[in-house]
Ligand binder design. Structure first.
Ligand code: GDP
Length: 323
C-alpha cells in the first residue's frame, strides 16, 4: 500500500526491468564527461596534413610551427608532436588530441621512422594497461591512438613501398583510414583510377584498413545511404586550405586558381566532408575497435611475454633441482 507512492521511481510492471533507459544514461554520462579521442596523422611532409587537420576541426592546431628546409629534412628523424584541444558543441565536449609525425619519410632509413611511431602507439597502450590495473581506475585518461589518417601522395601511381611497409607495420595496432592528399591536383578520371589502384594494392598486400560497420537493418534509409556512400569513397580524396575566399557573397574555405575556386566543403569537389562525417559518426566505433581489437591484441601479447619471462626466470631454479 505504501508502495504506491514509489511507483514513479521503481517501475514494477510485470516483465519490465527498466533498462530501456540505459542508452540515455550512457549518453548523458559521456556527454558530461566528454569524449576523448586521439587521431594520428602520418604521411610525407608537404602533403597537406596540418592544413587538413586545421580545416577539419576549424582550429589552428599549429600556430607557431617551424618548417624545416630540405637539407635539414635529410638529417631529421621522425618526431612525435601531440596537441590537444577541447572543442565544445551544443554542450558536448570533445577532448581531441592530434598526434602529428613530422619527419616521416624524410630520413633515408625508413625503419627508424616506423620505430618511433610504433613505440608511441605501444606506449599509450602500456600506460592504459598500467592505469587500468592501478587504484584509480575510474579516472583513466585514454590517450590510446583511436585512428590514423594515412596520407598518400596524389603524384604517384598508387602506393609506394614505404606506404605498404608502414601500413603493414601498424595495421594490427590502430585503425587506418587511407587518405589521398591534395586531390585538386587530379582530374576526376585520375582520381578514380588512383582510388581503385590503391584499393587493389591494399588487398594484394593484405593490409587491413578500418572497416566502417554496416548500418543495422533498423536504421533509417538516410543513414544507410550515408554509410554506403562513405564506404564507396575510401580512400578519401581530400583538399585542405587555411584560406577563406569570398564566393557569391559567402566566405568559404577554398583554394583559388586562375580558372576558379576549389571548395573544401563542397562534396562535388572532394571527399573532405565525407571524411569528417566518417570521423564524427563513427568516433565511438573507432574507440570500440581500438578497445576490443587493438588493445586486446596488445594486452594478450604483453601477458604472453610476461608469462614467458616468468618461466625463464624460474628455469635455473628447475635446473638446480635436477641432479
Ligand atoms: P604537411 O607537411 O603535410 O603538414 O603539409 P602542410 O599542411 O604544411 O602543407 C604543405 C603545402 O601544401 C602548403 O603550401 C599548403 O598550402 C599546400 N596544401 C595543403 N593542402 C593542399 C591541398 O589540398 N591542395 C594543394 N594543391 N595544396 C595543398
Amino acid at each position: 500500500m505504501s508502495q504506491s507512492g514509489e511507483k514513479g521511481k521503481f517501475p514494477e510492471a510485470a516483465g519490465y526491468v527498466g533498462f530501456a533507459n540505459l542508452p540515455n544514461q550512457v549518453h548523458r554520462k559521456s556527454v558530461k564527461k566528454g569524449f576523448e579521442f586521439t587521431l594520428m596523422v602520418v604521411g610525407e611532409s608537404g602533403l597537406g596534413k596540418s592544413t587538413l587537420i586545421n580545416s577539419l576541426f576549424l582550429t589552428d592546431l599549429y600556430p607557431e610551427r617551424y618548417i624545416p628546409g630540405a637539407a635539414e629534412k635529410i638529417e631529421r628523424t621522425v618526431q612525435i608532436e601531440a596537441s590537444t584541444v577541447e572543442i565544445e558543441e551544443r554542450g558536448v565536449k570533445l577532448r581531441l588530441t592530434v598526434v602529428d609525425t613530422p619527419g616521416y619519410g624524410d630520413a633515408i632509413n625508413s625503419q627508424d621512422c616506423f620505430k618511433t611511431i610504433i613505440q608511441y602507439i605501444d606506449n599509450q597502450f602500456e600506460r592504459y594497461l598500467h592505469d587500468e590495473s592501478g587504484l584509480n581506475r575510474r579516472h583513466i585518461i585514454d590517450n590510446r591512438v583511436h585512428c590514423c589518417f594515412y596520407f598518400i601522395s596524389p603524384f604517384g601511381h598508387g602506393l609506394k613501398p614505404l606506404d605498404v611497409e608502414f601500413m603493414k607495420a601498424i595495421h594490427s595496432k590502430v585503425n587506418i583510414v587511407p587518405v589521398i592528399a591534395k586531390a585538386d591536383t587530379l582530374t576526376l578520371r585520375e582520381r578514380d583510377r588512383l582510388k581503385r589502384r590503391i584499393l587493389d594494392e591494399i588487398n594484394e598486400h593484405g593490409i587491413r584498413i578500418y572497416q566502417l560497420p554496416d548500418a543495422d537493418s533498423d536504421e533509417d534509409e538516410e543513414f544507410k545511404e550515408q554509410t554506403r556512400v562513405l564506404k564507396a569513397s575510401i580512400p578519401f580524396a581530400v583538399i585542405g586550405s587555411n584560406q577563406l575566399i569570398e564566393v557569391k557573397g559567402k566566405k568559404i574555405r577554398g583554394r583559388l586558381y586562375p580558372w576558379g575556386v576549389v571548395e573544401v566543403e563542397n562534396p562535388e569537389h572532394n571527399d573532405f566532408l565525407k571524411l569528417r562525417t566518417m570521423l564524427v559518426t563513427h568516433m565511438q566505433d573507432l574507440q570500440e575497435v581500438t578497445q576490443d581489437l587493438h588493445y586486446e591484441n596488445f594486452r594478450s601479447e604483453r601477458l604472453k611475454r610476461a608469462g614467458s619471462n616468468l618461466s625463464l626466470q624460474t628455469q635455473p631454479h628447475i635446473n638446480e633441482l635436477q641432479p
